[in-house]
Write a protein that binds this ligand. Structure first.
Ligand code: UDX
Ligand code: ADP
Length: 480
């Protein structure tokens, strides 16, 4: 039996649910899509008439919202009502790493997924296909299925039936819309052929059939964890070599180019940086580690755990290096942090290297002036667990900052953020930082003036020609 899908409900209006449902709505005008979330604040932002206020920044998203919202795409908190009306439900809620109990620090906390499954079990009507979209540990579909099957209505109501599918999302933030519009592949795992076909038919509206892969449900769940683990492993690999380059006089850009031209290795994901961030990489690897240990595969667990360990070490290495170069103390010095998001083109700061690096510098007594084109002051406050200084009269005119030890302030203007600082640290590769006027910078910084480029986006000749001291990640020619 083929199911025709007319009404979709997506639970979770976050970085995955929001863009994914927007693209499905755009490509399938005949399907009604209702995105629901338990957070009224988040939903209000999705519904704001000023599209600059959407809760997530993603290039191209505002245009799709303008086209589809209130036509075949709605955002609301009517969770029960929209579940009842749906033929297909996507679960796109967050699954952070557990902070306490069994598996703390490694296993994913499935409490939100479980809450959704219970809500679906209660409110769904007739036959419903439930699709897990959140990144989940292997065998989560089984948990969802057990909860759904345990729920049956009173004898006089229609029996409820469910199919559970795994359809992991491979979009990367910052390029979510193009990733969704032209995916490398769409993966659908499940047992029911009819349900798989129903979901495939939705994607076939814009994705070529040969890119839609069908697997068993566990292969699908494990593929998502493995894809992220492989990608993260490449970044830890290149970052580890960047440290070696700095010590030996090699240049990581040359090494990355040379190895990337080997078609077996390929050139993508070879940019060194301040360490990977984002909501997925660390969480997924730790899930893989937890799973491997559960099955007594300790060598496998150790192998993947080392990718995360290297990333942690690398982030602290950068803060230590900044402190070393500033005569081993940053106390009473102003350090300008350019970029707080975990990568360019997103306002997401989950697991961003900037959190660890800023905390290290604050701990050492630095005064930080932070700039990011899309991350808000409030978000940075949450992430650092420290309020920003309210207002500072004439702080930029000072030449020491001992009164502001271990404090920070947000600054919208790049040049104001840089003014009178001892060091500028680039942590996110935003385009605006590639266009900075270094001659102007040289005139407004305190001397000696250091520029630390942790994203390798700047050219040394230009910076050095203005009398600035320059460190670039992985560039040993500057440091030996
Ligand atoms: C990742 C996966 O790419 C995506 O398929 C999955 O669905 C979710 O997790 P995302 O976290 O959004 O996506 O961003 P990604 O582009 O993978 O970057 C992750 C981190 O690695 C960022 O901090 C980024 O700056 C860093 N990175 C990436 C590098 O340091 N170097 C690179 O070459 C690439
Ligand atoms: P992701 O990156 O996986 O999309 P986000 O944290 O950006 O993660 O989004 C997850 C969303 O799911 C949040 O807006 C949160 O409020 C919502 N959410 C979590 N649990 C539930 C639930 N039980 N019912 C409805 N919404 C939920």
């Amino acid at each position: 039996m083929t199911f025709e899908i007319k009404n979709i409900c997506c639970i979770g209006a976050g970085y995955v649910g929001g863009p994914t449902m927007s693209v499905i709505a755009d490509k399938c005008p005949n399907i009604n899509i209702n995105v629901v979330d338990k957070s009224p604040e988040r939903i209000a932002l999705w519904n704001s008439s000023n599209l600059e206020l959407l809760p997530i920044y993603e290039p191209g998203l505002d245009k799709i919202i303008a086209r589809c919202r209130d036509k075949n795409l709605t955002f609301s908190t009517k969770i029960k009502e929209k579940i009842s009306a749906a033929d297909m439900i996507f679960i796109s809620v967050n699954t952070p790493t557990k902070t306490k109990g069994i598996g703390a620090g490694q296993a994913s906390d499935l409490k939100w997924v479980e809450a959704c499954a219970r809500e679906v079990a209660l409110s769904a009507k007739g036959h419903t296909i439930v699709v897990e979209k959140s990144t989940l540990p292997v065998k989560t579909a089984e948990v969802i299925k057990t909860i759904l099957e345990a729920s049956q209505p009173n004898s006089n109501e229609l029996k409820k039936t469910f199919d559970v599918l795994s359809n992991p999302e491979f979009l990367a933030e910052g390029s979510a819309i193009s990733d969704l519009e032209s995916p490398d592949r769409v993966l659908i795992g499940g047992e029911s052929n009819d349900a798989i076909i129903a979901l495939s038919n939705i994607y076939r509206n814009w994705v070529p059939t040969e890119k839609i892969l069908h697997t068993n449900i566990w292969s699908s769940e494990l593929s998502k964890l493995t894809a992220n683990a492989f990608l993260a492993q490449r970044i830890s690999s290149i970052n580890s070599i960047s440290a070696l380059c700095e010590s030996t006089g090699a240049d990581i850009r040359e090494v990355a180019r040379a190895i990337g031209l080997d078609s077996r290795i390929g050139s993508k994901f070879l940019n060194c940086g301040p360490g990977f961030g984002g909501s997925c990489f660390k969480k997924d690897i730790l899930n893989l580690v937890y799973l491997s240990r559960y099955y007594n595969l300790n060598e496998v667990a150790d192998f993947w755990e080392s990718v995360v360990k290297l990333n942690n070490w690398h982030q602290h290495r950068l803060s230590e290096l900044i402190i070393q170069n500033l005569f081993k103390t940053v106390c009473g010095k102003k350090i300008c942090i350019l970029g707080f998001a975990f990568k360019a083109n997103t306002n997401d700061t989950r697991e961003t290297a900037a959190i660890k690096i800023c905390k290290d510098l604050l701990e050492e007594g630095a005064f930080l002036c932070i700039n990011d084109p899309k991350v808000s002051k409030e978000q940075i406050h949450n992430d650092l667990g420290l309020e920003s200084l309210k207002s500072l009269t004439n702080y930029s005119k000072r030449d020491d900052f001992f009164n502001f030890e271990g404090q920070w302030i947000f600054e919208d203007s790049i040049y104001k953020a840089i003014e009178n600082s001892d060091a500028v640290v680039i942590l996110t590769e935003w385009d605006e930082y590639k266009k900075i006027n270094w001659s102007k910078v040289a005139k407004i910084m305190r001397k000696p003036s250091w520029i630390f480029d942790a994203r390798s986006i700047l050219e040394s000749k230009e910076i050095i020609s203005h009398g600035l001291l320059f460190w670039r990640i992985g560039d040993g020619s500057l440091n030996v």
